[in-house]
Design a protein around this ligand. Sequence first.
Ligand code: NAD
Ligand code: MG
Length: 364
Amino acid sequence: MPASDTVRIPLPDDRAYDIRIGSGLLDEAASWQGLPKAAAAVIVSNDRVAPMYAQRLRERLLAVYARVDVVELPDGEQHKDWASLNRVFDHLLAQALDRKTVLFALGGGVVGDMTGFAAATYMRGVPFVQVPTTLLAQVDSSVGGKTAINHPLGKNMLGAFYQPERVIADLDTLDTLPDRELRAGLAEVIKYGPIADADFLSWIEGNLDALLARDKAALAHAVRRSCEIKADVVGQDEKEQGLRAILNFGHTIGHAIESGLGYGEWLHGEAVACGMVLAADLSHRLGLMPADFTAQLRTLIERAGLPVVPPRLGGDRYLQLMRVDKKAEAGAIRFVLIEALGQAGLHAVPDALIVETLTAHGAA
Ligand code: NAD
Ligand code: MG
């Protein structure tokens, strides 16, 4: 049996679940045993991932469920919408699949978020399993129970908190991931160091080349430690009343870059990477961290092949974009800042200081 790791995500009311991480998990019978019993399972995937992995998963699931269907959605963030969601519901209803049907989300964060939302709402809730196939989905989106689709007026604006039954992160699926997507996922891995674990940050610095070369042992450690940190935070603050916000380090400026350039221009992880460099600089300007920290983080992010220079959108435009951030309160823009290596908190930052940082990095 291939070696695998399990991280448990602690939640009340019988909702705790396991994240299994390892090579070969897709083909291992044990990955799919002990899930809720049902007459049917439905694999939800997209037209890029399904041709590579859906039949393999289907064969394994047929050992457990009498019937296993595959619903293939169009690939891409632009299809994370009502129309795609409805294709899932159309299938479930047309086939008269009952409220015990188990959904399997096979793909990246887009498929995972949509399948989770479908599971949360089909007949007021059916069980679902996350089978993340991007690094970003394995370290971030498949864990924690946020599900959503986009609205033309805002990203992830329609959704629900709804936890999966299990997460199966097969590291072998990352073999087919494009380099640019791998690096974007690494941005979220790097994020966990400064906010929660100084030793993990050092480990990433020492093992970045192995990660970029997709060394399985290195990836296994990176995914496991990232999931442990996310599980710990979500276990304490499932619905983002407070602490969970620290997972948004780099995201305030990151979101401004993404929406300012138009979604799809920079990948989410690329924008977050650059946003972390600027948030590090703000942490320094507020007197929380030494200037060395900004340089340290910039060096790591650059080595990961991620952008460190923000697009020149102008200070006013950045401020305008950041004021719509979900963390903004009473007009003040709030940032997740680093208070010590491995510790983060939310801080309101005066506009003048934000513009100083933007200017220093060529964004204003
Ligand atoms: P994605 O799902 O669009 O995947 C990126 C690309 O890689 C897609 O073209 C996809 O089809 C392809 N792909 C997936 N697996 C592959 C594989 N194994 N081999 C080759 N190609 C593969 O993007 P993503 O970065 O995984 O996720 C981004 C989404 O996740 C966004 O919609 C974001 O809002 C969401 N998200 C959600 C949470 C959460 O907590 N729910 C957290 C972070 C991000
Ligand atoms: Mg993110």
